[in-house]
Design a protein around this ligand. Structure first.
Ligand code: ASP
Length: 436
C-alpha cells in the first residue's frame, strides 16, 4: 500500500497545524510522498503567504520596495521553525528569494516560493527528503502540463526516495523558468505525484470533512457525500462545487487512482471518496446539486428550423466570431436556445443579434438575462424512473418557474434553468425532495 498525501494551506498555516500533519503522516508509514501548499490563513482576517508574495511582485513592478511585506513572510516561516524547535537555517533561502524578487524575477517564480519554503521546512520536520517540483514537473512550450515527460521523470526520481516532500503548485518550462498552475494548483501536483508513484490512493487533506451534497451557504446543514465518481465530480465542479482544483482529477484518472478528501482538523472522519466507478449504491438517488448564476439565453424561433441546413452551425459561428462560449443548446420544434455566460455577451448584444439576423434570418430572436443553472447529479439516476418528475415537482411546489431543461446523454445529470432570484430556494427545494 502506498499513499500520496497532499496538505492544503490551512493544514500548514502554523506550527500547530504542522504537528497535526506530522501525526497524520506518521500514523501510517505507507503515507510516503507528501505534497505541501504554502501557509494559508490562520484566521479569517489573516493573509495567505501566496498573496503576500504576489504583493511583493507587484510592488517591484511598480517600482516600490518590499522590505515590510517580505519581512512578514520571513517571520511566518521563522515562527513555524522556532515553534517546532527545528535547527535549520533558512536565511540563505530567504536572502536568495528576496534578491530574485528585487531583480524582477517572474511572477510565477515569486508565487511558487511559498510552497518551496514550506515544503523544505516540512521535509526537515518529518525527516523526509525534499524533491524540488521544478526537477520533475514539466510544462510544454504552450504552458500546458507535459504529462508524459512529467510522469516518466518524476517516477524515476520518486523511486530513489522512500519518503519525500514535494512542493505543490509549480513546475518548470522547457527553458527552465518556473511556471505555476492556476490558484489552488497544489491539488494538481498531488494528483501528478500520485500517478507517478503509482499510488493506491491520493489523500487530499483540507479543512472540511469531505464534500457536501449542496452548498451550505444556500441550504442549511447538508449531508456529506461519502462516495462520488470522477464523472459526477466533474459535472458538479463544472457547475461550481469546489472541494479541489477542477483539473486535479485528470492525472489520477489515467490510472484509476481513487482520491480521498480528508480533514486535517478531524482526521477520524472518513471524508469523501472519489472513485473511477463504483457498484456501491448511492445513499440517495442524487449524489449532489450545484449551480451558478449569471447566464443569458439567446432564443431563436423560425418556422421549419430543423429542415434548414446549417442553422445551428451558422448561429454558433456568430457566437464564436464574438468570443462567446455556449453552455447548453436546448431546442424545440421551431426553436433553439443558446445559453451563454452573461459576462461574455455583455456589450455585444446588438452586434450578436444583428449578425444572427443577417446569417439565419430568424422569425424571432430574444435575449434574456438573469438565468441561473442548477445541475442535479447522481449515478443513482441512471435507469431510476421518476427523478425528473421529483425535481420538477419540488420546484413547482415552491412556485419556481423552470425556464430551461437539459438532460445529458450520460443520464447522470439533469440541468434546469431558473430565474436567478429563485436560485437559493430552488437548491433547497430539490435537496429536501431527495434527502428527507
Ligand atoms: N498556494 C497556492 C494558492 O494559494 C496554491 C495552493 O495552495 O494550492 O493558490
Amino acid at each position: 500500500m502506498l499513499k500520496v498525501v497532499k496538505f492544503g494551506g490551512s493544514s500548514l498555516a502554523d506550527a500547530n497545524q504542522f504537528r497535526k500533519v506530522a501525526d497524520i503522516i506518521r500514523s501510517e508509514p505507507c503515507r510516503r510522498y507528501v505534497v505541501a501548499s504554502a501557509p494559508g490563513k490562520r484566521s479569517k482576517d489573516d493573509e495567505k503567504v501566496t498573496d503576500m508574495l504576489f504583493a511583493c511582485y507587484n510592488r517591484v513592478k511598480d517600482g516600490e520596495g518590499v522590505n515590510d511585506v517580505f519581512e512578514k513572510i520571513e517571520q511566518r516561516y521563522q515562527g513555524i521553525i522556532d515553534e517546532l524547535g527545528l535547527h535549520i537555517d533558512m536565511q540563505p533561502d530567504f536572502d536568495n528569494i528576496k534578491s530574485a524578487i528585487l531583480s524582477y524575477a517572474g511572477r510565477d517564480y515569486v508565487a511558487s516560493r511559498g510552497e518551496y519554503l514550506n515544503s523544505k521546512i516540512l521535509a526537515a520536520y518529518l525527516g523526509f527528503d525534499f524533491i524540488d517540483a521544478e526537477k520533475g514537473i514539466f510544462f510544454d512550450e504552450s504552458g500546458r502540463l507535459d504529462a508524459d515527460r512529467t510522469d516518466a521523470v518524476l517516477s524515476a526520481i520518486l523511486s530513489e526516495h522512500e519518503y519525500a516532500v514535494v512542493p505543490g503548485f509549480y513546475g518548470s518550462m522547457p527553458n527552465g523558468t518556473i511556471k505555476t498552475f492556476s490558484r489552488g494548483g497544489s491539488d494538481i501536483t498531488g494528483s501528478i505525484v500520485a500517478r507517478a508513484a503509482n499510488a493506491d490512493i491520493y489523500e487530499n487533506w483540507t479543512d472540511v470533512s469531505g464534500m457536501l451534497m449542496v452548498d451550505p451557504r444556500c441550504v442549511s446543514d447538508p449531508e456529506p457525500i461519502d462516495c462520488i465518481t470522477y464523472r459526477e465530480l466533474r459535472e458538479l465542479s463544472y457547475m461550481g462545487a469546489t472541494v479541489m482544483h477542477e483539473e486535479a482529477i485528470f492525472p489520477v484518472r489515467v490510472s484509476g487512482i481513487p482520491i480521498n478528501i480528508r480533514n486535517t482538523n478531524d482526521p477520524s472522519a472518513p471524508g469523501t471518496m472519489i472513485v473511477p466507478q463504483t457498484d456501491r449504491p448511492a445513499r440517495h438517488t442524487i449524489t449532489g446539486i450545484a449551480g451558478k448564476k449569471g447566464f443569458s439565453a439567446i432564443s431563436i424561433e423560425k418556422d421549419m428550423l430543423k429542415a434548414r441546413e446549417g442553422f445551428c452551425r451558422k448561429t454558433l459561428e456568430v457566437l464564436e466570431d464574438n468570443d462567446i462560449r455556449f453552455e447548453h443548446i436546448p431546442s424545440g420544434i421551431d426553436t433553439m436556445t443558446f445559453v451563454v455566460p452573461t459576462a461574455q455577451i455583455t456589450g455585444k448584444k446588438d452586434a450578436v443579434t444583428s449578425a444572427i439576423i443577417k446569417t439565419v434570418a430568424p422569425d424571432i430572436i430574444t435575449i434574456n438575462d438573469e438565468l441561473a443553472l442548477i445541475a442535479v447529479v447522481g449515478r443513482g439516476m441512471v435507469r431510476t424512473q421518476g427523478t425528473a418528475v421529483k425535481v420538477f415537482k419540488a420546484l413547482a411546489d415552491r412556485d419556481i418557474n423552470v425556464r430551461m431543461i437539459d438532460q445529458g446523454s450520460s443520464e447522470i445529470n439533469i440541468i434546469v434553468g431558473i430565474d436567478e432570484k429563485d436560485y437559493e430556494n430552488a437548491l433547497d427545494a430539490i435537496y429536501r425532495e431527495f434527502v428527507k
